[in-house]
Ligand binder design. Structure first.
Ligand code: DC
Length: 319
């Protein structure tokens, strides 16, 4: 058995974990490629081809040197440091890798709050993918309640019907395609003022957050109410005009038409309702990091968020 240590120097900004998942191949003993995260990211390779095949895919580069990766070729990529190591050294690095990955993913929670259209949903998805955490868009839970009432033709302030609908919300069955309609969002903002509905949904959201390996949750009250002990809190915002313009672009990009002033008025009204309600109003937690995306592309926001999170992870791994 030969052993290799490959350290990824973390220079690909674009969703690298996906790339590396493709690397693993059951032809190789022990499914030999693993991730670990210690603030930066790296991986290790161990193994020999079981079936005598001589190929292994490394980051899209095909290597075939006696069934083992071609280290010269990997190193020439500049993103890696690869070397052949002895068994003892490999075992040490391997256990360090597993330990740091374990620390990284034990109950790690990222809370993202902000007004409608600030880009927190996209950011949450990117971060959940990158850190391989579960993802919950809590807005969908309020939307699901609103959708039930609308479907039954019941008024949105019917407290007992809303409570029943909230109890029936199944986080595994939230249908974004159905719930993303504009009217459902408006209605969600109205049922979200009912304290008993919030309590029922918040309980479900907290259970979700506790499920290993941890989660990214986005909404309005995650850092303040749902997960006040979150490891990282982000408050993502943008001016109402920028958010309205993004919404307009989105509608037009799929061939629709809309009026900028009407969208803007909608957004301002929704902000007022979400920020002005008595129970769990939208506001940044005292210890939240603010990300204003008015002048920032989503990629820049993602990188800024990662810098904040990696810092927290590095401190946690030192502890
Ligand atoms: O993020 P969204 O547009 O899907 O949210 C719809 C409404 O749900 C929002 O206007 C207010 C409410 N909401 C809430 O009160 N608390 C949350 N954590 C998430 C959403």
């Amino acid at each position: 058995m030969r052993y290799f240590y490959v350290h990824w120097k973390h220079r690909i900004p674009e969703e690298p974990s996906r790339l590396w998942y493709e690397v693993a191949d059951d032809n190789f003993q022990n499914r030999t490629i693993e991730f670990y995260t210690d603030g930066s990211v790296g991986f290790a390779i161990r193994g020999a081809a079981l079936d005598g095949s001589e190929d292994i895919e490394i980051g899209g580069t095909r290597n075939s040197v006696e069934g083992f990766p071609d280290l010269t070729e990997i190193n020439s990529d500049n993103q890696f440091e690869a070397s052949e190591v002895n068994a003892v050294d490999f075992e040490r690095r391997w256990s360090e890798a597993l330990a740091s990955r374990f620390r990284m993913t034990t109950g790690f929670t990222i809370a993202i709050d902000g007004p409608a259209g600030a880009g927190k949903g996209t950011l949450a998805r990117r971060l959940a993918d990158h850190y391989r955490l579960n993802l919950l868009d809590t807005g969908l839970t309020y939307r699901a309640v609103a959708h039930s009432l609308l479907r039954l033709g019941l008024p949105l302030d019917n407290v007992s019907a809303a409570e029943t609908a909230a109890r029936q919300v199944d986080l595994a069955k939230l249908d974004r395609a159905v719930l993303s309609a504009h009217a459902v969002g408006e209605a969600a903002s109205k049922v979200a003022v009912i304290p008993s509905v919030r309590r029922i949904l918040v309980d479900k959201q907290r259970d979700f957050a506790k499920t290993p390996p941890g989660a990214v949750l986005d909404g309005r009250d995650i850092g303040t109410v749902v997960c006040p002990d979150a490891d990282v809190k982000l408050y993502v915002t943008a001016s109402a005009e920028v958010r309205a313009k993004r919404r307009l672009d989105e509608i037009e990009s799929i061939g629709g038409t809309a009026n900028f002033d009407e969208i803007l008025a909608d957004i301002v009204r929704r902000d007022e309702r979400d920020m002005g309600r008595m129970d769990s109003p939208l506001k940044p937690a005292a210890d939240a990091h603010l990300l204003d995306t008015s002048e920032m592309a989503i990629e820049a926001a993602f990188l800024a968020a990662r810098a904040i999170i990696d810092d927290v992870l590095a401190k946690r791994n030192e502890a």
